[in-house]
Design a protein around this ligand. Structure first.
Ligand SMILES: Nc1ncnc2c1ncn2[C@@H]1O[C@H](COP(=O)(O)OP(=O)(O)OP(=O)(O)O)[C@@H](O)[C@H]1O
Ligand SMILES: [Mg+2]
Length: 430
């Protein structure tokens, strides 16, 4: 393996030499639903509506002729409902006609049947990016992909992937190995799943007669994958004594098989992943500072799903496609897609999306997706003011119930069915 200069490539910092133009950051409206594509940002003060959207490839009959406008007084960005017929929602709350509210990066805007995410630092082309291996990310993984390309070009020896649980670190590790041309021999090792007693012999090998029953010896994962990649998943779970042994490998590219006198040289790309903060572990004495420094010569931060919600519907579509199903865009309520995008997914990111889609399918499978079903599974939006298609809020339901005294009287008063009222109450209880 080529020797490496220690170079920290952070997902957000680097700027590659290629396609510099594409890397320029710009403001954009990213269509997340129904069809992913990025739109240029309208001129401040210009009222945009159906024609403007159509000129930019978005055909939506429910967008009014004059729908919204953006303003930048004092450098702060505001969105205004410019008197639209069907309304404009920002992060799930409807604007009053003529009302202006401030928006910032990541704001979710609903006009007609279209969901837009505002980005102030959009990079790359307007068309959705193709999947990276099995990772679907039409817009939200561009910095990660760029980081992988930059890192791979430097032929690193160690790469650290960090991200919350369920963000796709295993798929990214594979992509790093591919980009570095080291995927033919690829050894995933779940550090948390290897018993401490066998870790050393399993990874570094052992010689004949090293211990009783050791037979004729074994190469170990590192030597067996010479020229390839060893992926150490959940590296934060590695006990301290083994951290010292791993450090020796990373320092010298040498492994010492159990019972051997001489170390063996290995040429292996080491990719490690963690959903824990190794910096915090170092502070608390659970992780070696020198090992972290070695591993983090090149690091890739995989953003949580809530920071790339423009990808959510595309990811959901890919997950159901793997089960042989598909959401029909005209049978998906835009409010349902919106509710999914407004969920924080803190419990498990994409993995949580997959389990949520399974629960949804048990109530009503694709091609249909209704807000009512999503709310039954995820509950109404926390602090919601306008989460139901009928426009009745949970707060209104609770107040009407307290005042009217019975479910049927409250439902009559609100002009909704008793079933709907019950479902809203049930969803709110989770
Ligand atoms: N962008 C994506 N597109 C499609 N599938 C994805 C995407 N990201 C993650 N997944 C899927 O979500 C699941 C979780 O991903 P993965 O196992 O890689 O998470 P992880 O980051 O390793 O989480 P943990 O820290 O809990 O191990 C996998 O089934 C993976 O295939
Ligand atoms: Mg994992």
């Amino acid at each position: 393996m080529a020797s490496t200069k220690p170079a920290t490539v952070r997902t957000e910092e680097h700027d590659g030499p290629r396609r510099e133009q594409d890397r320029a950051k710009r403001a954009a409206l990213v269509v997340a639903f129904p069809e992913p594509r990025a739109l240029p940002f309208p001129v401040a003060g210009e009222v945009v509506g159906r024609d403007w959207f159509e000129r930019n490839g978005v055909v939506d009959a429910r967008i009014s002729g004059r729908h919204i406008a953006f303003h930048r007084p004092g450098g702060n960005l505001f969105i205004e409902d410019a008197g639209s017929r069907n309304g404009c929602w920002v992060n799930g709350a409807r604007l009053g006609s003529g009302e202006r509210v401030p928006i910032s990066d990541g704001a979710l805007i609903r006009v007609g049947r279209t969901l837009l995410v505002y980005r102030d630092d959009f990079v790359g082309g307007d068309a959705p990016s193709p999947p990276l291996g099995r990772l679907v990310g039409p817009f939200g993984l561009r910095r990660v992909v760029h980081a992988i390309e930059t890192i791979a070009a430097r032929q690193p020896t160690n790469v650290l992937i960090e991200g919350e649980t369920g963000t796709g670190k295993e798929l990214i590790a594979r992509a790093v190995a591919e980009a570095a041309g080291r995927a033919t021999k690829y050894a995933p090792v779940n550090v948390a799943g290897v018993a401490a007693g066998v870790f050393e012999s399993q990874l570094f090998g052992y010689v004949a007669g090293a211990y009783s029953g050791s037979g004729k010896g074994s190469d170990g994962v590192f030597a067996a994958h010479n020229g390839g990649t060893v992926f150490l998943d959940e590296i934060g779970e590695l006990p301290l004594d083994l951290q010292a042994k791993l450090l020796r490998v990373l320092d010298n590219r040498e492994v010492l098989p159990v019972g051997a006198v001489r170390p063996t040289h290995v040429d292996v790309l080491v990719v490690a992943a963690t959903n824990r903060s190794l910096e915090e572990m170092v502070e608390q004495g659970g992780f070696r500072r020198d090992l972290l420094a070695r591993l983090a010569a090149a690091r890739i931060e995989l953003p949580p799903l809530r920071e790339r919600i423009e990808d959510l519907f595309s990811i959901a579509q890919a997950i159901v496609a793997a089960r042989g199903e598909s959401f029909a865009r005209e049978q998906v309520e835009v409010e349902a897609a919106e509710r999914l995008m407004l969920h924080e997914w803190r419990g498990g990111n994409v993995r949580e999306v997959a389990s949520t889609l399974e629960r949804l399918a048990r109530i009503e499978p694709p091609p249909v997706l209704r807000l009512e079903t999503v709310e039954r599974v995820l509950g109404p939006l926390a602090g919601a003011t306008s989460t139901s298609a009928s426009g009745v809020t949970l707060e209104q339901v609770q107040r009407a119930l307290a005042e009217a005294g019975s479910e049927s009287a409250a439902a009559r008063r609100l002009g909704i069915s008793r079933g709907k009222l019950r479902r809203m109450l049930e969803a709110s209880r989770g």
